[in-house]
Design a protein around this ligand. Structure first.
Ligand SMILES: Cc1cc2nc3c(=O)[nH]c(=O)nc-3n(C[C@H](O)[C@H](O)[C@H](O)COP(=O)(O)O)c2cc1C
Length: 196
């Protein structure tokens, strides 16, 4: 009763949405990915820094290169998912800040002149955007299989550069047979929320 979002949408995004480990062959199009991005780009980040960068791994040659850097248990699903996206943090996001946060263009130099400060902020805010992205995938009627089980340095060298830190690799598609494990329990409200 307290939620205003349509209950069907609540189910689609959370209650019935599951992490997928197998997928059908149905392709995921660039148009779908663009629709997902154009929705979730509005999710908030500090100073609107939006440090998430997305690398779509489409060619079979690139897919093979990625699979080699995945943990063994993640390799078959990364090899077979219709689409795989590498989500990374851009540690040089501050270059865009005067445009992205015109209310305070000095933020670039006042807070993010140091690379260490940028890396910490980029990791947090790109992780937030990765979460928005996963929910966006669900909003498109697709399932996501996010994975951190991979050799980050290997993926960085293979697909990115020194200015980007890979955070999550996400398999995307329609769930296939036996796509999800049994639902694991979640912590109860009382276990998580304290009021002071
Ligand atoms: C950031 C992140 C990293 C994950 N890494 C892996 C992984 O490397 N391999 C894997 O099989 N599942 C991975 N998972 C899947 C989680 O185990 C799964 O999302 C969680 O248990 C909830 O499952 P459910 O959505 O089916 O309830 C990851 C999930 C997230 C969000």
């Amino acid at each position: 009763m307290s939620l205003v979002l349509d209950p069907t949408a609540q189910d689609l995004l959370f209650r019935e949405a599951r992490t997928a480990n197998t997928f059908t062959d149905e392709p995921v199009t660039d148009e779908q990915v663009q629709a997902i991005y154009d929705l979730v780009k509005y999710g908030p980040t500090a100073f609107n820094q939006t440090p998430l960068r997305i690398t779509l791994v489409r060619s079979s040659e690139a897919r093979e290169r990625l699979v080699q850097h995945m943990a063994e248990g993640n390799q078959p699903k990364t090899a077979s998912a219709p689409l795989v996206a590498i989500l990374s943090a851009d540690n040089e996001f501050h270059e865009e800040l005067p445009t992205l946060f015109p209310a305070f263009p000095q933020a670039k130099d006042a807070f993010f002149a140091e690379r260490g400060a940028r890396e910490g902020s980029a990791a947090l805010n790109a992780a937030l955007q990765a979460a928005y992205f996963i929910v966006g995938v669900r909003a498109a009627g697709l399932a996501a299989g996010p994975m951190t089980g991979f050799d980050a340095e290997g993926v960085r060298k293979e697909f990115l550069d020194d200015d980007h830190t890979p955070l999550v690799v996400v398999n995307i598609g329609k769930p296939g047979e036996n796509a999800s494990y049994p639902r694991s329990p979640r912590l109860a409200y009382e276990d998580v929320v304290t009021t002071v």
